[in-house]
Design a protein around this ligand. Sequence first.
Ligand code: ATP
Ligand code: MG
Length: 348
Amino acid sequence: MNKDVIFSVRNLNVKFSLRGRVLHAIRDVSLDLYAGESLAIVGESGSGKTVLTKTFMGLNDANGWVDSGEILYGGRDLAKFTTEKEWLTIRGREIAMILQDPMTSLNPLKTIGAQIGEALKLHQGLRGSEARQRTAEILTDVGIEDAAHRAQQYPHQFSGGMRQRVVIAIAIACQPRIMICDEPTTALDVTIQAQILNLIRNLIAKYNLTTVYITHDLGVVAHVADRIAVMYAGDIVEVGTAEEVFYQPQHPYTWALLSSLPQLGVKGEKLYSIRGTPPNLFHKVRGDAFAPRSDYALNIDYMERPPYFDVSPTHRVRSWLHDPRAPRAVPPPVLSRINPEGGSLYGE
Ligand SMILES: Nc1ncnc2c1ncn2[C@@H]1O[C@H](COP(=O)(O)OP(=O)(O)OP(=O)(O)O)[C@@H](O)[C@H]1O
Ligand SMILES: [Mg+2]
């Protein structure tokens, strides 16, 4: 893996104000992105995956703000941006975002050729026949056949999966360095999901994109990720290479997430599901946020937030279980069913 850090988040805190109360959505997150890598962010609903990445583009709702921390990219600290004008130098141009629902990103009143053309004009200065030719190439790249004809159609003339391809085409036309995909396949049926995932994988390679892929489905992650960051309650509790997180997971929350993978289920046995609910982020979180739901919680987990412990140069975990004074914890036996050769996680 290329080790050039191109994007770096340092001690980021994001808060929202709602009816006079403050919700602490992102709690002191630090994260590096390496050039050309594909990082997956996984975690339950509400863990902060979308807020974290929207913060990278200045796209959070108006009641939210960066309370402290840095977002370093291209020699600038994006956390200091105050105007839309500043963000427009980043959005689309440097960092593109592909959302779950493609319709929210498309203009229903313009042909898709016109929408791709606008991006080409704005970002690459292409016009006329040059732009038309490049539009057809990009549409072909994203797997849309009969591109010249399709370019003249409107979004409603495309199926859900095809619309997502169009959104990806527009993103590609802007030539971003970083592409954030926020659950881009969850609204689609399973076969189409696999196709879009394949497409994204091919484009990452062809366009040398650095990618952040958000999903709550760990099964999907094996298809796309070089590295995995596990989010819980606004925090990254574990991060490592995909191999490390799948085959040597360290945090009880990661164990719980992996244990609930349908792929590990045995016929006739009830599939594991994590008990309880995540903490309410309107309240201050004390200790390890996962402790009340964990089978492995220590006394200290209820009192003090764990620091990061390095498991390897590429793998770190925020869990007191790694403190030298902690008793030895044995991960759930079901995790031994995650088998690199077995292909259970890699099946289409
Ligand atoms: N505009 C807002 N006002 C108040 N709270 C917000 C706002 N936007 C997000 N939040 C809160 O921030 C937290 C993180 O939400 P986020 O959408 O990032 O979760 P997520 O991990 O993307 O979940 P999902 O898997 O459901 O998409 C949640 O507690 C959410 O309620
Ligand atoms: Mg989300």
